[in-house]
Design a protein around this ligand. Structure first.
Ligand SMILES: C[S@@+](CC[C@H](N)C(=O)[O-])C[C@H]1O[C@@H](n2cnc3c(N)ncnc32)[C@H](O)[C@@H]1O
Length: 268
């Protein structure tokens, strides 16, 4: 029965590109609660919208988006027209769009705490790797993972085009922890998404990471303003995450006005 639900969900073009492990997990969770197969399909699609669909934006996050970036690429990551084209792609994904005003300084502020990574793991990356021109990581290896193949295809083609050493992997991090050795793992705006799928997933992820530093962030619509309640909730969430994962030996904050960002130094 689970396989039938997965097959039916995969027929929808919207979710064909999502890792089948996630589809199977959600089908397994929703089937016992569903009235019948139709209801199960509906429930799985609702969960997929929360996990993946809500972040994709209106335009299809597919390879067409890269056309402008390709046209602007002349071998220089610092070129203004090339950066503008990358920003255009990031504008199509809600979470990267919100980060655009801060790109000039954000990654430098993170590397001040961690050192410039030689290997960077980006978990639930979305279009995050399109910020490469602002990262200043030289020829570091970029390991990009997401449960959604749609942004990943674009990210893979992008990293290939600019000649960045990289690997791209489709992965449901609720079920599997990426254990790649890296200096820094980016978990940007990932924890709230994972919490909705499995309250224990973020702790398992932090425990299993094979990295020296993890950068954990949360959305904060307006820090210090109307978003005060949201900010408090996420600060408490971070405290619990640190306590339960029991790996952080130091934490520093590099928040910007619409994103709470913490750099965790991990043991081992
Ligand atoms: C809020 S977006 C953040 C994207 C990016 N990290 C950023 O901040 O710009 C959440 C991302 O997590 C991915 N995601 C959701 N559930 C996941 C799972 N179980 N395993 C891996 N990635 C997941 C989504 O596809 C989406 O790209």
């Amino acid at each position: 029965m689970t396989a039938e639900i997965v097959e039916r969900v995969r027929r929808s073009s919207r979710y064909r590109d999502v890792d089948v492990a996630l589809l199977a997990r959600l089908a397994g969770e929703e089937l016992p609660k569903a009235r019948n197969a139709d209801d199960a399909v509906k429930r799985v699609k609702r969960r997929l919208h929360q996990a993946v669909g809500a972040f994709r934006g209106e335009r299809r996050g597919d390879l067409l988006l890269l056309d402008g970036v390709r046209a602007a690429w002349h071998g220089d990551l610092t070129d203004a027209a090339f950066r503008a084209a990358c920003a255009d792609v990031m504008r199509s994904h809600a979470s990267t769009r919100e980060r655009l005003p801060y790109l000039d300084t954000l990654y430098m502020r993170i590397w001040e705490r961690t050192g410039i990574p030689s290997a960077l793991l980006d978990v639930g990356c979305g279009f995050g790797p399109l910020a490469l021109p602002w990262m200043g990581i030289g020829d570091a290896t970029y390991l990009a993972t997401d449960v959604d193949q749609r942004p990943l295809q674009t990210v893979d083609a992008f990293l290939e085009m600019v000649g960045q050493p990289h690997s791209v992997r489709t992965m449901d991090v609720v079920a599997t922890t990426p254990d790649d050795r890296a200096d820094v793992a980016l978990l940007l705006k990932l924890v709230p998404t994972l919490d909705r799928q499995d309250p224990g997933a973020a702790v398992r992820l932090i425990r299993g990471l094979n990295v020296r530093h993890a950068v954990v962030s949360f959305p904060a619509r307006s820090l210090g303003g109307r978003g005060k309640g949201m900010e408090r909730t996420y600060r408490e969430r971070l405290d619990r995450l640190i306590e339960e994962s029991a790996r952080a030996t130091a934490t520093t904050e590099v928040s910007v006005s619409n994103e709470l960002i913490f750099v965790l130094t991990l043991d081992g």
